[in-house]
Design a protein around this ligand. Structure first.
Ligand code: URA
Length: 487
């Protein structure tokens, strides 16, 4: 019998072809599988060569999952091998799925390698923010996967990054998420060097901030970051210096002086925080360890906006997307806030936008990270950073979005929003306008309450603008005080 040629460019294509071949009783030895169309294939791929009515081969879910994973393993004979497994399975040779069987062992090894690659890609893909260009994705990453796991990894990042646009480029394919849908394409970049370098500093800052010399285990660090990833990791360039700095004594700074002075083995396994009771106040937000929230956050998220902004908006804390990107209000609450600002006639780029708490507090629910309201002690621990921003910006009006922001700005743990709606107050020489947090609108149980809560935010933003106008008017008129009556 002449060999049958089958073209399989995806798992679904392979599955359809395999089903039809099995229905026709074609053994593995008689099939040649190709991943790309070549000359001569057309005849063997003519419609009369296939049987659209081939009976459906019922496969257990576990088998389909194994085959689908193994199909991502990069090796020229993968389709032939998968067909061999399937052929043996439908002959009743169930041990083809056993680790003790030669084919079974190979199948499981392929699946394991593919899953490991997915895991590595989740961990080592580094997005870099690019200069704003019309239609271009906001974040771009370069990665060189060993196996073909890009589609499932792209789905993972789409879930994590929501409406933010990004692209992951590899040597053979590109996945682009435009914030709403996924686009798969051929290779676009030749390497990491093709990506606009904006955003690199962000990663280095992040990496320095999570690097804790007191916890350093250089061997573990190396074994956790396989060497093939290092060349594409921005932090790869700074890790060696940090490792040698730690080996030369930086490690002791993570422990109390008395421990360092003892003779003999001086490294004691102890949490860095407990070991540093008297350490200096953090000089940068990234170094802040005043509460525990930094431990589970990706990075601290500072405020953004012009230093001379006259209005400051204070939210609660970064959410899931803000934590990944390092900017405030880039997720769903940010989109709603942006809409409210537009409706109120407030230009986003003229205001300073920040949060009362700078690290994302969350709890795991399955694979999702669910927001948790910060505790009063965490609000207090972070207040210094907010105060620094308030003093730096010197805005005349602060709009507090929700009760966490209100508590922090007023330094009053019992303050609540509802009684203050519509009534701005003077605090430390500036106006404080209270409105609901945008997430309150998103969580509202029905359309009517959603509209009502949204209208409160818009009204508060308009009130903030009016307060500024009144202030300007008063200054022009030679008076230095403002009247809440005019607001
Ligand atoms: N909610 C906030 O309060 N701040 C953010 O930055 C995002 C969501």
């Amino acid at each position: 019998m002449s060999p049958v040629v089958r073209l399989a460019q995806s798992f679904d294509a392979w599955r359809a072809a395999a089903r039809e071949l099995i229905a026709r009783g074609v053994p593995p030895a008689d099939v040649t599988w190709q991943s790309q169309a070549g000359e001569g294939d057309l005849f063997s791929l003519m419609p009369d060569d296939t049987d659209a009515n081939a009976p459906l081969l019922r496969l257990p879910r576990q088998l389909v999952e194994l085959l689908e994973s193994a199909a991502c393993f990069s090796t020229p004979d993968r389709w032939a091998f998968l067909y061999q497994v399937l052929w043996r399975w439908q002959l009743g040779q169930q041990d083809v799925l056993s680790h003790a069987d030669t084919d079974g062992a190979r199948l499981h090894a392929m699946v394991k390698a593919v899953r490991r690659e997915e895991h590595d890609m989740h961990a080592y893909v580094r997005f870099r923010e690019r200069a704003e260009t019309e239609g271009a994705p906001r974040f771009v990453a370069w990665f060189e996967p060993t196996h073909e796991v890009l589609p499932q990894v792209a789905r993972h990042f789409a879930r994590r990054m929501g409406s933010i646009s990004w692209m992951i480029a590899t040597p053979t394919a590109t996945m682009l998420w435009d914030g709403a849908s996924m686009h798969a394409g051929p290779a676009l970049l030749r390497g990491a060097a093709d990506i606009d370098d904006a955003g690199e500093a962000l990663w280095l800052t992040y990496y320095r901030s999570i690097f804790n010399p007191a916890r350093l285990n250089a061997d573990l660090l190396r074994s956790h970051i396989p060497s093939r990833f290092w060349k594409n990791l921005p932090e790869g360039a700074i890790v060696p210096a940090m490792v040698s700095g730690a080996a030369n004594g930086a490690r002791r700074t993570g422990q109390s002086a008395s421990v360092g002075q003892r003779s003999g083995a001086t490294m004691i396994a102890i949490s860095a925080e407990r070991a540093q009771p008297a350490r200096d106040a953090p000089k940068t937000l990234d170094q802040c360890r005043r509460c525990e929230l930094w431990e589970s956050a990706t990075q601290a998220v500072p405020g953004v906006g012009p230093p001379q902004a006259r209005i400051m908006l204070v939210g609660e804390q970064p959410g899931d997307q803000e934590d990944l990107v390092g900017l405030p209000f880039v997720g769903p609450a940010g989109a709603l806030l942006e809409q409210a600002m537009q409706e109120a006639g407030m230009a986003r780029d003229s205001i300073y936008l920040t949060n009362a708490v700078k690290h994302f507090k969350w709890e795991a629910r399955g694979k999702r990270r669910l927001h948790k309201t910060p505790a009063q002690r965490e609000i207090l621990a972070c207040h210094g950073w907010l105060e620094e921003e308030i003093q730096g910006v010197q805005a005349q009006v602060i709009v507090v979005l929700g009760s966490t922001a209100l508590k922090s700005v007023l330094q009053d743990g019992s303050a609540s929003i509802t009684p203050r709606l519509g009534t701005p107050l003077q605090h430390d020489g500036r106006w404080v306008v209270s409105v609901y947090h945008p997430s309150y609108v998103l969580r509202a149980p029905d359309e009517a309450s959603r509209r009502q809560a949204y209208a409160v935010i818009v009204a508060g933003l308009q009130q903030a603008l009016r307060l500024l106008q009144v202030q300007d008017h008063s200054v022009d008129a030679g008076t230095s005080t403002t009247s809440s009556r005019l607001a």
